[in-house]
Write a protein that binds this ligand. Sequence first.
Ligand SMILES: [Zn+2]
Ligand SMILES: [Zn+2]
Length: 197
Amino acid sequence: MGEWSDFFEDFPEHNPANYVGDRFAPQEAKRLREQEALYHEQQRRLNSEIFGLIRDSFLKSEHKKKLATMVSVERCVQCGEMKMYLYQLDNYFFRCECDKCGIHGKGKTKEAALTAALTFAESQKQKLNAIMVSVEYCVQCGEMKMNVYQFHENYFSCECDECGIYGEGETKESALDLAESRIGEGFDWREKDESDI
Ligand SMILES: [Zn+2]
Ligand SMILES: [Zn+2]
């Protein structure tokens, strides 16, 4: 290593790092390298800012849930208990949650929220037939909480237990790719509503 750097000091024109394309231009090559390093540093900072924003908006929505008013108690679509609490989050948004079995859903009307809870219950049931293939780092929140499931030979899904982002596809990679393409768009498998189906 030392020998090479001594050699390059004496014969800079033999150092490939001093070239821009085929042109010998040590200053320019150095500047380009610095620019590239700066660019990567900026990208890294930008990414962490974006993740920060996602987390903030998630926390804000959690806070909103706490401010919600309870509208009624319904019969749970899954377990049948009178323990499905329905909350109104604002003028056109409802959320229901069963205290007994834990299924939940949201929607623009009471009915839509209950239907979403049923969809959620069905996806939970389907999951019982699926095999968990692996747990990965989440493409969005970065936590080691991205569960990958295989339903049959060419159907995979992945879901993050932390931030809720999800995806599905014919291979594990395509499921993760789809999840990645949804970063920052507020996808949450626990709150799939009619617009996701
Ligand atoms: Zn229930
Ligand atoms: Zn996540």
